[in-house]
Design a protein around this ligand. Structure first.
Ligand code: ZN
Length: 200
């Protein structure tokens, strides 16, 4: 698994690239306080958060559509809006597992390697996976939805949580639940997902 150190990568790039350094400063200003998900500045600077995977104007546009749609839906129908995005991601995750040939019941190591291959090749992020007694923790670096975004005071990667959950379920054959516990959207420098057995 990669040993990923965001602060180190950022520092090295900022020293070599003046334009990047300025964007880092702009993002820093944007993250000193919380802004609304509905603020057009919420996508932030994806290129500052995605040093290895890279970014482009389309990622910015995707975030704008997603955040402003989600922000409005949250106001109209409440948290169920996030669940809808999660379930859609879950379907995508199951399809990706099939597309990449992840077989049910393969070893945990194979699952981890395949998860890494899928998420990196699809440009979704760079995962580090740790298995604990009753849960699996996935730390996702450079998340396509949130890396380099403003602090909006909430987790925003519901679609990606669904994708990870769908891939995990396709491998384990067990109904599970994936929760995002830390996120760029809350002021962190990576997103952390916890996979547990589904209890309801
Ligand atoms: Zn996130």
């Amino acid at each position: 698994m990669p040993i990923y150190d965001y602060e180190k990568l950022k520092k090295e790039k900022a020293e070599a690239d003046e334009e990047f350094r300025k964007k880092c400063e702009e993002l820093e200003k944007l993250r000193t306080s919380t802004i609304s998900l509905l603020d057009v500045r919420s996508p932030g600077y994806p290129e500052v958060g995605r040093i290895q995977l890279g970014s482009n104007k389309y990622i910015n546009y995707m975030r704008l559509v997603r955040f402003l749609t989600m922000g409005s839906l949250l106001e109209i129908i409440g948290p169920i809006a996030n669940r809808q995005l999660y379930e859609a991601g879950r379907t995508v995750g199951k399809s990706l597992a099939e597309k990449y040939g992840l077989s049910r019941g393969a070893s945990f190591e194979e699952f981890v390697n395949k998860l890494q291959e899928i998420l990196m090749k699809e440009g979704i992020g760079i995962p580090e996976v740790v298995k604990e007694e009753d849960k699996v923790v996935v730390r996702l670096h450079e998340c396509i939805a949130s890396a380099g975004m403003a602090n909006v005071g909430m987790t925003v990667c519901h679609f990606e949580a669904g994708i990870i959950n769908g891939i995990y379920e396709a491998w384990s054959g067990q109904e599970s639940e994936t929760r995002e516990v830390s996120c760029w959207g809350k002021g962190d420098n990576s997103c952390t997902f916890v996979i547990t057995k589904r209890l309801f």
